[in-house]
Design a protein around this ligand. Structure first.
Ligand SMILES: O=CCCCC(=O)O
Length: 482
């Protein structure tokens, strides 16, 4: 499915060493294609081009940069079906979800086409009549976009669109498991007339490729979507070059469902979002704290929903839940499930690999009730279709329990009482909160977390700031004559 090519200088080229790596299907475990493994020469050539092209791309007027991005958005939309099929083949995610994600990736280019025109500066009143203080925002420089496999179109799109809009050049390193959608984005940008050299796409061995790029002096900004441990490691590497960083890391979003909310409506909405992309979503509702007076109804409906899902190959009609990306992820989810049961949780649905799908890394959507706070799944991000449900009676207590992890990405609150909902939302330690709503990611809003979930924002009017640096100028007005 994938094409063993790198994008360097506006051309698709094989790795100079000829090296490739196999890509495997999570549905069958079989090889479905290869990606090129960039050599040291390829990396050096992409870095040089990125550096040399930077002043040229930064000098292109914002309205012209916007035209390229807008055209790329249109081309991505026109090519949705093809991009979605590649995405579904590489990740196993249901085709309908892949189509939705491709649209969301196009939205990023449309959004940032507009934001390119709104890089406003500031003027500051000086202390003296003869001086002018101004602040301009300039592109930070060649940027590195490191993205994950779970949203292989949206994640690179967010980074590439924002960087190009700001006037930065970009080297994108998509995840090896699912690089196809990023290649399609690169092709759309080339077809839209992007300056060759403004974007490179490199694939290869993450152990060697990512460090070589992160540590390269040409790179001035690193944006990562990945796990917390990887984020910490990348930040350590960035410290040496004092590079600007954006970190979109893991989450374990708590959900607080107050006693006034309809438990059936909440369960249906939350289960649909929890099991989206087979639970492999960083902002997935992930730990469920339900008021004890409605918990039984909520859990029963959640389990009924989980059992109604159709697990299988996302390319097949009627399938609602694809595989996990690899067997290791299934094993981790099963270990968390067993640990919760050993500590007193009750298994309401799932808890095993489906017998009719022996080849791929599938897991039945799983629901656990009365999960104690000591269970590992209440602290560790499952990143899998396993939903742990717990109960509460006291609002103060549930807020403390909800905040009791190192994560701070997303959180959710359900209540018809706006005052209670807002007060709860304000006290949850998260960069994003859904109140009676579970879908948070949208191009016009700032996506990002706090605490160990990272910092910086992607999307909204804040997103472009991550690729800009302020320059303050103090100008003393001296003239020979008036
Ligand atoms: O994993 C992070 C991206 C989330 C995108 C979405 O919720 O649609």
């Amino acid at each position: 499915m994938t094409d063993a090519k790198l994008l360097i200088g506006g051309e698709w080229v094989a790795a100079s060493s000829g090296d490739t790596r196999d890509v495997h299907s999570p549905v069958t475990g079989k090889t479905i294609g290869t990606i090129a493994a960039a050599s040291a020469d390829d990396i050096a050539s992409a870095l040089k081009l990125s550096k040399d092209t930077f002043p040229k791309w930064a000098a292109v007027p914002a309205w012209e940069r916007a035209k390229v991005l807008r055209k790329a958005a249109d081309l991505i939309r026109e090519r949705t079906q093809d991009i979605a099929r590649v995405m579904s083949t590489e990740t196993g995610k249901p085709l309908a979800e892949a189509v939705g994600e491709t649209g969301a990736a196009a939205d990023q280019f449309e959004w940032y086409a507009e934001e390119a025109k709104r890089i406003y500066g500031q003027t500051i009143p000086g202390r003296n009549a003869d001086e002018r203080l101004t602040v301009n925002y300039q592109p930070v420089g060649p940027s590195l976009a490191l993205s994950a496999w779970n949203f292989p179109a949206l994640l690179p799109a967010r980074k590439i669109a924002a960087a190009l809009a700001a006037g930065c050049t970009v080297i994108a390193r998509p995840a090896s498991e699912a690089a196809g959608p990023c290649f399609a984005i690169g092709q759309a940008l080339m077809d839209a007339g992007l300056m060759p050299g403004a974007l490179a796409i490199l694939t290869g061995d993450s152990r060697t490729l990512a460090p070589a790029l992160i540590n390269a002096p040409e790179i001035r900004k690193v944006s990562l979507t990945g796990s917390v441990p990887v984020g910490k490691d990348v930040m350590r590497q960035c410290a040496d070059g004092m590079k600007k960083v954006t970190m979109e890391l893991g989450g374990h979003a708590p959900v607080v469902i107050h006693k006034d909310f309809d438990p059936i409506a909440a369960a249906q909405k939350l289960a649909a979002t929890k099991f989206r992309n087979c639970g492999q979503v960083c902002i997935s509702p992930s730990r469920f704290y339900v008021h004890s007076s409605i918990a039984k109804e909520f859990a029963e409906e959640f389990a009924r929903y989980a059992k109604s899902l159709v697990v299988g190959d996302g390319l097949e009609e009627g399938v609602t839940t694809g595989p996990l990306i690899r067997q290791r992820a299934v094993d981790h989810a099963l270990r968390l499930t067993e640990d919760a049961i050993a500590k007193g949780a009750e298994l309401l649905a799932g808890g095993q690999q489906p017998k009719n799908l022996p080849e791929g890394s599938f897991l039945e959507p799983t629901v656990l009730m009365n999960v104690p706070d000591e269970a590992a799944i209440m602290i560790e991000e499952p990143f899998a279709p396993v939903a742990p449900i717990s109960t509460f009676d006291d609002v103060e207590d549930v807020i403390e329990r909800a905040n009791n992890t190192p994560f701070g990405l997303a959180a959710y609150v359900f209540s018809y009482d706006s005052a209670l909902a807002i007060k709860t939302a304000e006290r949850l330690e998260a960069g994003m909160v859904g109140i009676n709503e579970t879908l948070l990611a949208t191009a016009e809003a700032p996506f990002g977390g706090n605490k160990e979930s990272g910092f910086g924002r992607e999307g909204g009017s804040l997103g472009i700031m991550d690729y800009l640096v302020p320059k303050y100028t103090r100008h003393l007005l001296i003239s020979r004559e008036i």
